[in-house]
Design a protein around this ligand. Structure first.
Ligand code: C2E
Ligand code: MG
Ligand code: MG
Ligand code: MG
Length: 281
């Protein structure tokens, strides 16, 4: 009876599994052609200095408009593209596109670009960054690369070598999603980070949740001790922002301050009104 039951379960799941595999194969295939087919675009989310309320930069977030599926989330397609290697072409496209965009702004705001472990470990990564900065004319100091901890553990020696080379150009490195990976603390010491981006799971309800508040204060203390500014991700309420300000967190990013959108939606921050007037005169 147990055997029969087992077979029944099998028969029930096999078609579902087969469909999932087909679905995944088709995504893998489509991802290989998505850059040349112009299916990607970049949206921008503002990052604000909490003490002044001024927008100091933007994070570039990738969007894939699939011809049949519509918008596919980066949480779904980035891992697939990492496994197949197509992230290399996609990541290069994002870097070039965002550096070109940022170089065209009137104000020298920072642009933060997410970099996958696969890109960081690929030979020629530092050369690519150098070439893109040269080609677009973007000042290296305006580029910040966001790296997650999981990107470092695969091959720490290689990762460190790549990070040192881009840092030597003047590019900044931020640790993304801090607190969600493992061995966070030793990574902060071993790698040349310029900033800590604390994951949004530690921001949610930080104003009312004692445990969350204690963790947030500890991370801010850590940042102070190490001389690293801390950015809070995923700030959604003014109460969360007020807490962060009172605790001297440096920067914030989240739906409260602006949802990711086309850069034209943020022209008031990137464009200089005086510059436009004189250009028109
Ligand atoms: P991430 O780098 O940690 O980006 C932050 C994510 O949080 C973004 O999701 C953003 O839209 C979302 N977010 C921002 N503010 C809020 C908020 O107030 N509340 C909530 N609930 N969410 C907020 P998104 O755009 O879906 O990207 C997801 C992840 O995909 C990113 O996490 C990043 O790891 C990856 N990703 C996105 N673009 C790229 C890219 O160009 N290259 C690589 N390698 N990864 C990317
Ligand atoms: Mg990020
Ligand atoms: Mg993050
Ligand atoms: Mg993330």
């Amino acid at each position: 009876c147990a055997k029969n039951h087992g077979r029944g379960v099998h028969r029930f799941f096999e078609p579902i599994l087969a469909a999932q595999i087909r679905d995944r194969r088709s995504l893998e295939h489509d991802l290989r052609h998505a850059v040349e087919r112009n299916e990607f675009r970049v949206v921008y989310q503002p990052q604000m200095a909490i003490d002044t309320g001024i927008v100091v930069g933007f994070e570039a977030l990738l969007r894939w408009q699939h011809p049949e599926r519509g918008n596919v989330s980066p949480d779904r397609f980035i891992p697939i593209s990492e496994e197949t290697g197509s992230i290399l072409g996609i990541g290069e496209w994002v870097l070039r596109e965002t550096c070109r965009e940022a170089a065209s702004w009137d104000k020298p705001l920072r642009i933060a670009v997410n970099v996958s472990a696969v890109q960081l470990h690929a030979p020629g990564f530092a050369e690519l960054v150098h070439e893109v900065l040269f080609t677009t004319g973007l000042s290296p100091a305006r580029l910040e690369l966001e790296i997650t901890e999981t990107a470092l553990v695969r091959d720490p020696v290689r990762a460190l070598a790549a990070l040192r080379r881009v840092k030597a150009m003047g590019v900044r490195i931020a640790m993304d999603d801090f607190g969600t990976g493992y061995s966070s603390l030793s990574n902060l010491r071993a790698f040349p980070f310029d900033k800590i981006k604390i994951d949004r799971s530690f921001i949610r309800a930080v104003d009312v949740n004692h445990e969350t508040a204690a963790i947030m204060r500890a991370v801010l203390g850590l940042g102070r001790g190490l001389g690293l500014p801390v950015l809070a991700e995923g700030v959604e309420t003014s109460a969360e922002l007020a807490f962060l300000g009172a605790e001297h967190c440096h920067e914030a990013q989240g739906y409260l301050l602006g949802r990711p959108g086309p850069i034209a939606a943020f022209a008031e921050h990137t464009r200089d009104a005086a510059g436009r007037k004189s250009a028109a005169a």
